[in-house]
Structures are given as structure tokens and as C-alpha cells.
Design a protein around this ligand. Structure first.
Ligand code: ZN
Ligand code: MN
Length: 129
């Protein structure tokens, strides 16, 4: 299979997964249909696609990188119990970013991850007590 074809296929897989998958999860989905694809190819193309700005790479200090089909400005809450990655919008941050840019800092990347316990897991915990 051609490089461009593979990249397109991996791009479409990320588009179809709304759960902020890891490279391994994307590989597992693709392998079901395309048994010849390698994990290395998936990794490499995910990195190329994120460098191209077609997908977003979310670096997670406590585990594997996740990949996001959304490339517009948004942030993430990561549940340390179930691992779910939840999108959050923080429009209140916009004026702060604008101010920093007006002060001369050209922001090229912004990662903001909050780690904690999601609503579902918090409720489960409370019920268990
Ligand atoms: Zn959770
Ligand atoms: Mn997201």
C-alpha cells in the first residue's frame, strides 16, 4: 500500500474514534480490516499527521499519548480512575492568551490537561461508601 493511502486510512480512523484513542487502540481497529499494517506505521503516521496539524496529539504524563480528531482550541480533563479524556472549553482563557501574544510571546502550542476523577467515577466511589 502507498504511503499516502495508509496515512489517509489512519487519518480516517482517528476521525471516526471520538474517544481520544492511543496509537495502540487505533492500530487494533485498523488491523481488523488491514492485517498487514504495522504498529510502527501507525505510530509514524500519527506523528506526521499531528505535525501537519490534521489531528492533535495529547501528551499525557502518566501514560501513552492520545490522539484527537478535534484540532480547534480546547482542553482536556483526564480521569485517573477510568482513563476517560473529556473535552473542555475555557473561553475565559482567550483574553489571557491574547494578552500574552500582545506582550510579544507567539504561542504555537498549548496543552492543558487537568487530572482528576470524573463525575461517573466519583459517584461510583460515593455509592461504594
Ligand atoms: Zn472516570
Ligand atoms: Mn479533545
Amino acid at each position: 500500500m502507498k504511503y499516502s493511502k495508509q496515512r489517509e486510512m489512519i487519518f480516517r480512523a482517528v476521525q471516526s474514534m471520538k474517544t481520544h484513542p492511543t496509537a495502540d487502540e487505533i492500530y487494533t481497529v485498523l488491523r481488523a480490516k488491514h492485517p498487514n499494517i504495522s504498529l510502527g506505521t501507525v505510530y509514524r503516521n500519527l506523528n506526521v499527521l499531528s505535525e501537519m496539524g490534521k489531528i492533535k496529539k495529547i501528551r499525557i504524563s502518566s501514560g501513552s499519548d492520545r490522539f484527537d480528531f478535534r484540532v480547534d482550541d480546547h482542553y482536556h480533563m483526564i480521569c485517573q480512575a477510568c482513563g476517560e479524556v473529556i473535552d473542555i472549553e475555557i473561553p475565559e482563557l482567550d483574553p489571557v492568551l491574547k494578552r500574552l501574544e500582545s506582550e510579544g510571546f507567539d504561542i504555537t502550542e498549548l496543552n492543558l490537561n487537568l487530572r482528576g476523577i470524573c463525575n461517573k467515577c466519583r459517584r461510583k466511589k460515593e455509592e461504594a461508601i
